[in-house]
Design a protein around this ligand. Structure first.
Ligand code: 13P
Ligand code: SF4
Length: 328
């Protein structure tokens, strides 16, 4: 038994080295067995794991092959050569990977890993917006179901929203479903934006008072806000951008103190790379992202669950909207 544990810790030592700043050594044995099993399963099944920036450090740093924001995951999904893709993230991300890889097996470790934005809008809502604003193009955030994407002209992410809106060359666009992302983009462009009323349950909770409190308690702190935060929060932040843009900001500017107004795991994952930066941590957990665990990823690979399928009647239209975005 002792020698099994010694061997296991030895085999997983390179993985632990990557997270030792955020996972105490005493906690590592609880992760090591699953990390070891997942690394072996990936080889056996010719699988890759795509992980969003909100995944916990042991997933993000120890078993993932490709990490990033929604845009990076979609771009990289196009180039995957493996037979199986495990999406460590939420359901719409797995659907996007499947749209771009119709012939591969795409697995989501927990089917209930949803998103409040995706839940805020239906295909019938998109049709109603089109009827209300005839001829106005529809830009849809990737945080939506494939059926909603299929009713859209083009998709966007938080990393390219303004570029997508401006690339259409229209005076007005409908931007669905995140009201705050739409209003934050509207503040940066001359294009008139017609928003929907969806909100991210994680980012809508940040307030200007939170920022004031952080600035008072931590002089000199640099405040980075995700564009799913309310516009009044973004207005008093020092920078706003996608999760990847926030990580790049820390890498490029090396602030001595920073707060990332987004999901909690982001700070852990960026902190791993920047031990000299102090991360102040008022953050909110995304319950959907946190459904994805090492145990769920292991079970996904062992039992081939849960396979993502997309109704062929919507897949072609949804793929067109995603590919149009990726071409920009
Ligand atoms: P990005 O990583 O694309 O910024 O998206 C944030 C998000 O909330 C994904 O669920
Ligand atoms: Fe959806 Fe918000 Fe969670 Fe992202 S953080 S998956 S937008 S609920």
């Amino acid at each position: 038994m002792a020698s099994h544990m010694t061997d296991l810790l030895e085999r997983t030592a390179p993985a632990y080295e990557r997270v030792r700043r955020v996972i105490p050594a005493v906690e590592w044995p609880a992760f090591a067995e699953d990390v070891d099993a997942i690394l072996a399963l990936k080889r056996a099944r010719n699988a890759v794991i795509l992980a969003h920036n909100y995944q916990t450090p042991e997933i993000f740093n120890c078993v993932a092959d490709i990490v990033g924001d929604s845009l990076a995951l979609a771009r990289q999904a196009m180039a995957v050569k493996a037979d199986v893709i495990v999406l460590a993230g939420v359901h719409f991300m797995a659907e996007t990977a499947k749209l771009l890889n119709p012939d591969k097996t795409v697995l989501i470790p927990d089917l209930a890993a949803g998103c409040s934005l995706a839940d805020s809008i239906t295909p019938a809502d998109v049709d109603a917006m089109r009827a209300r604003y005839p001829g106005v193009p529809v830009v849809t955030y990737v945080n939506t179901s494939a059926a909603v994407k299929a009713r859209s002209d083009i998709c966007c992410t938080s990393g390219n929203a303004r570029a997508v809106v401006e690339a259409l060359g229209a005076e007005r666009v409908i931007m669905l479903p995140d009201e705050y992302l739409a209003r934050n983009v509207a503040a940066e462009t001359k294009v008139e934006i017609i928003p929907w009323r969806g909100h991210c349950e994680v980012h809508e909770r940040f307030t200007p008072a939170d920022i004031a409190e952080v600035r008072e308690g931590h002089p000199g702190v640099v405040v980075l806000a995700h564009p799913e935060c309310p516009p009044e929060v973004v207005a008093v932040a020092d920078f706003s951008g996608s999760t990847a843009a926030m990580a790049d900001y820390v890498a490029d500017h090396q602030p001595s103190r920073v707060v990332l107004l987004t999901e909690c795991a982001m700070s852990d994952n960026v902190a791993v790379l920047h031990p000299e930066v102090e991360f102040i941590r008022p953050c909110n957990l995304c319950p959907h992202m946190k459904r994805i665990t090492l145990k769920a990823i292991r079970a996904a690979l062992e039992e081939n669950r849960h396979e993502v399928t997309i109704d062929p009647a919507v897949a072609a239209g949804a793929r067109r909207a995603v590919e149009r975005m990726l071409a920009i």
